[in-house]
Structure formats: structure tokens, C-alpha cells
Design a protein around this ligand. Sequence first.
Ligand SMILES: [Zn+2]
Ligand SMILES: [Zn+2]
Length: 335
Amino acid sequence: MRDHARVRCWPSKLTHRPSWFDTYRTSWGDEALLRAYHAYVTTTVTITGTGTPIVDPNRAGPGVLVHFESQANGSDGKSEPHHTRLQFDAGRNTVARLAGAGVATQDLDAVFLTHFHSDHLVGLQDLVLTRWILDRDDAVPHLDIVAPNGATNRFCHRMLEIWDDDLAVRSHHNHRDPSPRITIEGFDCPAVPTEVWSNDHVRVLAGPVRHEPVENAVGYRIETPDGVVAISGDTNVCDEMYELSDGATVLVHEAMRTKLIAERPAHLQYIIDYHSDTEELGSLAARLGVPHLLLTHLIPPPQSPEEKALFASEVRAGGFGGNLIVCDDLDSVSF
Ligand SMILES: [Zn+2]
Ligand SMILES: [Zn+2]
């Protein structure tokens, strides 16, 4: 088992650390200081959608919300609590699930996309348009949309074109900016995990995954002062995902019961090529020693507790012994 505490960011690297940090730094031991600091900060991972292209009334399309929060610094009486809210992919119904998690579209700091398959993108226009419509004073900051270059990035640049009539009418009626305030940040799919976004508290790295024939598919690694979250997007179980997840506290990974798919007619088995077998995933997670494994993008979508248990038993057969959640929408983990 890895020492996961060691990947936490040491608070001295943070721009906005509590004022008591420097006061007590010399008199407290490192361990006590770190413990006190971590009482101030929390990272929460919420699955906004566990679905796939297969329609399921209880499962929204793929998405993960990572929320980092730091309490107000009470000692100076001035500072406000800090929030960083990052959304990863935006499948169908993402906006409704975010509301279910208590998050408005205007609260998001950035959206990150893993690849251009429609099940991961069809909720993005809804998210951007809803944010714009509800921001009646053009007061909400630009939303960063971070996407690998190629088809995913092209989609982002084109996605509002078909809404030009709606944007024109609404903005003329309200006397406001007709362009939703977004900034599209493209990046070339890197060979190794590489930083693609950061603020004073959180940094996000992208790394390649194996979803061929889809090109430039990526997973993400989110580093907060609490630790590391890794998100697979769609992929085979692969060494690249091992590298991206190294030292993670929470791994959010897609999962497929290959045995069931292999019983389908031959022409319906092609998805085996580019999704993650449950047992192989259990083996990967065991090698990583990750404390929390959250299964999402569940193929086929389980319809009962018994079917969820079969996902879990196959992952256990791969050797994983940590905390395992076969997720429903809005399941979450805080650390
Ligand atoms: Zn997918
Ligand atoms: Zn896909």
C-alpha cells in the first residue's frame, strides 16, 4: 500500500494558506501543522452521471464534479471560504444532476472534456446556455472549457452556432451580451501527464488513455491540498491510466462486465475493444493501492442491487481490497 499522505501538497506551497500557518509554523511540529491545516480543507468527488449512451431513467450521462473547499480564515475576520468547482464531461442531464448536488452552472470554474463521443458532450450546450440565461447581468466570469485538440475542441468551437437565433433574440430582448462567456482552452494530447489548468489551490493534469479508434482521448488527474483524484474517461485498462492515477486517493474509473458483452452476437461485441473489464480494473486498482475506487459509465447499466454486486465481485476477483463503490448518480466521497 502506498503512503498516500505523501502526495498531499505541503501547505507552504499554497498562496492562500490560513494566517495561523506562519504563526505556528516554528512552534508546531510538521505533523500537527499538517493535521490542523487539513481540518480547514475538503475535497469532494461527486458522480453527476453514471450512464452511457444506453438510456436509463436513473442514470444521467457521464460526468464527475470535483469540489475543493477551504474554510474561511477566522483569525483575520476578513477572508471568505474558497470554492473551486470543476466538472469533468457533461453527458445528458448534467445540469439537473449538478442542481441535485447543490451546484448551479454559474458556480463552476471550469469544465474538462475527455473525448468527443456524444454521450460525454450532449449536456455541454445545455450547461453553457443555462449558465448564460441565468446570468442576467453578464456578471458571471468566463467559464473555462478545457478540451484536447482535434475533434473535441472543434465541437466546442461549433456548438453554439446552431443556437445563433436563440442567442440573438434573447440578447436583443434583454439588452445584453449575445455570447455566452466561455474560454475554450485546447491542448495537444500529451504523451505523459501534463498540467492543463490550475488556480491557487488546485491543478489539473491530462494524460493519454486507450480508447481507439477514438483519437486524443484523455483522462485527468486533479491535485488538491487534500490529495489526488484520477478520472479515466473512456478507456481500456492501461498503463497510461496507472501513471495518471499514481498515488491517487480516489480513482473514478469506467467499468464494463466483459463476460456479459461477450455473450452478445459477434457484431455487438465491438465495445470490448475500448472499455475496461471489471476484473482487469480490480487488478490495476490493487497494484495502485488506491484507497477509494468509484465505478461509473457502467456497462451494462445495473438494474438491481444484485447486478451492482456482480460488478463489485468481479473487481474484487481482480484483487482490489479498498473501498469500492459501484456508483449511482450523485454518489460521492470526501477526503
Ligand atoms: Zn462513453
Ligand atoms: Zn467513448
